[in-house]
Design a binder for this molecule. Structure first.
Ligand code: HEM
Length: 149
């Protein structure tokens, strides 16, 4: 398996970046949905149920599979001979930011459940602030993989 990775390298990277884009789209959009859900929607209404459906589908149909394939193709790149030099800083800064991104995904999952149970305790302002987390992590990740400091 490891033998074919050098030949497949660029295609694996194509699949990695496609997965990343799909995952990031959800990581940016779901907290925005939570802002409107928290500020504009009364629990138990038809609109509440519509938001819950959109949030559940976004997480399950797009974000979860995209996170899985981002990790899968990302780890395939990690084990491709000659790609990652662990004596440099960038693999570590990227790994730390990617773990942060994965934590953020899990946090969004917990908040989705809270909305589904009518038990959201966070304000729209709080979700707006949390929306900055994936932006900061994305900057760290992209600088790490492109500049390779
Ligand atoms: C989930 C775990 C992840 C792992 C294990 C991982 C690992 C890697 C590795 C080893 C490379 C190859 C670098 C090279 O070809 O020199 C790469 C490329 C890349 N990764 Fe990730 N990555 C992950 C998540 C992410 C995320 C969340 C983003 C964006 C926010 C991202 C963005 C990119 C980009 C844009 C490239 C292409 C860089 C280039 O070729 O210049 N990755 N990734």
């Amino acid at each position: 398996m490891i033998d074919i990775l050098p030949d497949a390298y660029l295609w694996v990277k194509v699949l990695h970046v496609i997965s990343v884009i799909s995952w990031m789209a959800g990581l940016f959009y779901l907290p925005r949905l939570f802002v409107y859900h928290a500020e504009q929607v009364d629990a138990g209404t038809a609109t509440d149920r519509m938001f819950q459906t959109m949030e559940r589908r976004l997480l399950r149909a797009i974000m979860a599979p995209a996170m899985l394939t981002t990790w899968l193709f990302g780890l395939a790149l990690v084990v491709t001979p000659g790609i990652v030099d662990w004596s440099m800083i960038w693999p570590w800064s990227k790994a730390a930011a990617v773990l942060g991104m994965t934590w953020f995904h899990m946090w969004l999952g917990r908040q989705r459940k809270a909305f589904a149970q009518g038990d959201n305790r966070l304000s729209g302002r709080r979700y707006r602030l949390m929306n900055e987390v994936p932006t900061v992590l994305m900057i760290v990740i992209v600088a790490s993989v492109i500049v390779k400091f």
